[in-house]
Design a protein around this ligand. Structure first.
Ligand code: THU
Length: 160
């Protein structure tokens, strides 16, 4: 018998000013993109933005449906949009921003499990780690160097 453990490392920045400029730009687009959120059911706005290896920046937001399970998360919107607008171009970084009109969230918004799986699939597809940049409406900014750090022991194509 052997006890194993998993360690995840990430960087926490106290302010937007402290964040490296290229990452700040992606996060600011994610914050702007949440204004496009279509979320009449949850009223929870999520914005996401990706920086592609060709320098393009793309934003997206969550898109809800009266048939609740059909709600599409912002991360999935932006990653699939990027893949269709710029096929074959790897995302280098993904930022996620949130706004909850019922309370100011001052800790980083975390991607749901399904989005973590989609982020990992994208990293595998392009063989390219993606920085994941997270902030609440205010408060610290977490930066993970790779999406897989948010979903250790992920299921992937190597099992198929
Ligand atoms: N949502 C996202 O867009 N991304 C996540 O990672 C978590 C949840 C959206 C889905 C739904 O529109 C709203 O937030 C509330 O769950």
């Amino acid at each position: 018998m052997e006890k194993l453990s998993i360690k995840t490392e990430f960087t926490s920045y106290d302010t937007l000013e402290e964040l490296p400029e290229s990452e700040r730009e992606i996060l600011l687009l994610a914050k702007k993109s949440l204004e496009n959120s279509y979320s009449p059911y949850s009223n929870f706005k999520v914005g996401a933005a990706v920086l592609l290896s060709n320098g393009q920046l793309i934003g997206g937001s969550n898109y809800e449906n009266a048939s609740y399970p059909l709600c599409i998360c912002a991360e999935q919107t932006v990653l699939t949009t990027a893949a269709n607008l710029h096929p074959g171009v790897a995302p280098l970084a993904l930022a996620i921003a949130i706004r909850n009109p019922r309370q100011v969230i001052s800790r980083p918004g975390l991607p749901c499990g399904a989005c973590r799986q989609v982020i990992c699939e994208t990293e595998m597809k392009y063989k390219q780690p993606m920085h994941v940049i997270l902030q609440g409406e205010t408060g610290p900014i977490f930066v993970f160097e790779k999406g897989i750090d948010l979903l250790p022991l992920a299921f992937d194509q190597t099992f198929l």
